[in-house]
Ligand binder design. Structure first.
Ligand SMILES: *Cc1c(COP(=O)(O)O)cnc(C)c1O
Length: 477
C-alpha cells in the first residue's frame, strides 16, 4: 500500500500508513494534555525527560485531568441519555482496568460507582474509602470467604454467576442475618469484538447463565428470604465501536427481563462496558454522548415494543475511562536491523528494544494488541521507517508495539512513549524474568503524584524465603 506521504514498508501491515510526520501526536490516540514543547513530549505540563528524571523508566504516566474528564463526561452522557426518557442510570468504573486508591477517588468524585472482581480489588476500593453500597462484585468463581466479606461490609450488588454462588449467598445472608441485592449475569449470545459482533444461540464461555437458565436462577433467588433480585446483567465484550452489539444484546436480554416481570419487580438492567478507544489512528471511537444516546434509545425502543417500562440502567466502562489518559515511557537500549524474507525478496525490519516489555504490558503478546509509539525526548527530521518496538524479556513474543513508523535515526538513549496504555497494562503487570513492576504516576499542572510505587529488586528478593536468614530450632548449632 502506498500512502500520500510516502512509500509503505514491505513489512508494514496494510492498516498502517506512513505518517506525514513521524513526530506527530494524533489527538484521539494521545492524552488530552499531550503536545510537544522544545521538541519534547509534554504530558500534564511536564516533559518526558523531566518525568523520567523524577521517576525513571519504564514509567506509566496518567494524565489526571484526562481520566477525570472522561469519567465526568461518561457519567453526564449516560445520565442525560436516560433522563431524556424519564429514566435513571448508574455508571460503574470497571476497576480491573486499573485500580489504585486515587483512581477510585477520582471516579467517585465524577459520580461513578466501582466494579471489582476479586478480594484484592474489593479491599483496595474499601480501603480507598469507596462506600460499600457503591461497589458491584463480579466474578465467575467467588469464594465463600469473598462473598462473606462482601455481604458483611454491605456491598451494593453482587453479580451472580452460577447456581453454586446462589447457594453460597443464600447461606451467608441467612447466617449473618443481612440482606443482599444481586444481579444475575446472563450470556446473551452476542459477542462483540471491535467492528463486528457475533450473535449465536449458545455462547461457549465461562461467565453467567444462558438466557434459558436465567429464569430458574432468578426463581431460586426470589425464594431466598435475605436476597433481593435487582435485574439482569450482560457484558458483551471489549473494544466495541458502535451501538449494534448493545442493541442486539439488550433485545435478547429484555425478552427474559419481560418474562421475569411476571414473578416480581425487575428494577434494573446492566449492559456492561466495553466501549472502544483509539490505540492507533485507525480506530475512531464515536463521542461517548453519541454512544450513550444510541444505546439508551435502542433500549427504550425495545422496551416500548414489549410494552414494558424502561428499567434503571447500569453501565460498566473501564478502558474508555482510564485507557486514553495513560502513556508508558521507556528508554531505548539497543536497535537492530533484521533481514526478513518476504514474497518480494528480503526486507529489513528495525527492532527497537526498550527497558520494559511484556511484564509491564502483556496485551500485545496476549491478544496481538496494537499500539502507537513516538520518540518522546526529541523530534527528528529523519525519514519515517518501519520499526518494531520490543522489550527486554527472554521471549520472542515480547513485543511492545508490533508495527509503527518512527524517525529512522531512533537510537539508544532516546525516550520512547507508547500511547493509550492506561487500561490493562499496569493492571496486568507481572514479574516475569524477575523484572520489578514500574511505578504509576499521575501528572497534572506540572506536578506528579505517585499512585503506585515502583518495585525494587529488594521487593523481589524479599519474597524468596530461601534468602531469609535461616531459622534455627532451639538447641541446634
Ligand atoms: C472487563 C469488564 C468490563 C469493562 O470492560 P472495558 O472494555 O474495560 O470497558 C465491564 N464489565 C465486565 C463484567 C467486565 O468483565
Amino acid at each position: 500500500m502506498v500512502s500520500a506521504s510516502g512509500t509503505a514498508h514491505p513489512l508494514a501491515p496494510s492498516w498502517l500508513s506512513v505518517p506525514a510526520d513521524a513526530n506527530d501526536l494524533p489527538e484521539r490516540v494521545w492524552p488530552a494534555s499531550a503536545h510537544r514543547a522544545g521538541g519534547e513530549l509534554v504530558v500534564g505540563g511536564l516533559t518526558a525527560t523531566e518525568l523520567v528524571s523524577r521517576h525513571g523508566t519504564p514509567l506509566m504516566v496518567l494524565d489526571e485531568d484526562d481520566v477525570r474528564g472522561r469519567a465526568e463526561r461518561t457519567y453526564r452522557a449516560f445520565s442525560h441519555a436516560t433522563s431524556r426518557h424519564g429514566g435513571t442510570c448508574r455508571v460503574y468504573y470497571a476497576g480491573k482496568a486499573l485500580l489504585t486508591a486515587d483512581i477510585a477517588r477520582w471516579v467517585l468524585d465524577a459520580g461513578l460507582s466501582i466494579d471489582v472482581c476479586s478480594r484484592g480489588e474489593l479491599e483496595t476500593a474499601l480501603a480507598a474509602g469507596v462506600p460499600a453500597d457503591r461497589i458491584g462484585f463480579h466474578g465467575n468463581n467467588k469464594s465463600f470467604g469473598e462473598l462473606e466479606r462482601a455481604v458483611s461490609v454491605g456491598i451494593g450488588t453482587i453479580i451472580v454467576d452460577s447456581d453454586i454462588e446462589i447457594e453460597r449467598i443464600g447461606a451467608i445472608t441467612e447466617r449473618l442475618g443481612r440482606d443482599q441485592r444481586v444481579l444475575v449475569r446472563v450470556r446473551s449470545g452476542v459477542h462483540a469484538d471491535t467492528h463486528e459482533f457475533l450473535a449465536t444461540a449458545h455462547e461457549d464461555q465461562k461467565f453467567g447463565f444462558s438466557l434459558d437458565e436465567g429464569e430458574a436462577a432468578v426463581r431460586r433467588i426470589r425464594e431466598l428470604p435475605h436476597v433481593e433480585f435487582l435485574g439482569l446483567h450482560c457484558h458483551i465484550g471489549s473494544q466495541i465501536f458502535g451501538v449494534d452489539g448493545f442493541r442486539e444484546s439488550a433485545s435478547r436480554v429484555l425478552d427474559l427481563h419481560q418474562r421475569l416481570l411476571d414473578g416480581g419487580p425487575v428494577p434494573l438492567l446492566n449492559l456492561g462496558g466495553g466501549f472502544g478507544i483509539a490505540y492507533t489512528r485507525v480506530e475512531d471511537p464515536a463521542p461517548i454522548e453519541e454512544l450513550a444516546d444510541g444505546i439508551v434509545d435502542a433500549v427504550q425502543t425495545e422496551c416500548q415494543a414489549r410494552g414494558i417500562a424502561l428499567p434503571a440502567l447500569a453501565f460498566e466502562p473501564g478502558r474508555s475511562i482510564v485507557g486514553p489518559g495513560g502513556i508508558t515511557l521507556y528508554e531505548v537500549g539497543t536497535t537492530k536491523q533484521v533481514a526478513v524474507d518476504t514474497a518480494q525478496g528480503a526486507a529489513d525490519r528495525l527492532y527497537v528494544a526498550v527497558d520494559g516489555g511484556m511484564s509491564d504490558n502483556i496485551r500485545p503478546a496476549l491478544y496481538g494488541a496494537h499500539y502507537s509509539a513516538r520518540i518522546a525526548s526529541r523530534v527528528s527530521a529523519a525519514d519515517p521507517t518501519l520499526v518494531r518496538v520490543v522489550g527486554m524479556h527472554c521471549e520472542s513474543g515480547d513485543i511492545v508495539v508490533d508495527s509503527e513508523y518512527l524517525p529512522s535515526d531512533v537510537a539508544p538513549g532516546d525516550l520512547v512513549a507508547v500511547a493509550a496504555t492506561g487500561a490493562y497494562s499496569a493492571a496486568m503487570a507481572s514479574n516475569y524474568n524477575h523484572v520489578p513492576r514500574p511505578p504509576v504516576v499521575a501528572v497534572r499542572d506540572g506536578e506528579t503524584r505517585v499512585l503506585l510505587r515502583g518495585e525494587t529488586i529488594d521487593d523481589l528478593l524479599a519474597r524468596d524465603t530461601g534468602l531469609l536468614p535461616p531459622v534455627r530450632n532451639q538447641g541446634e548449632e
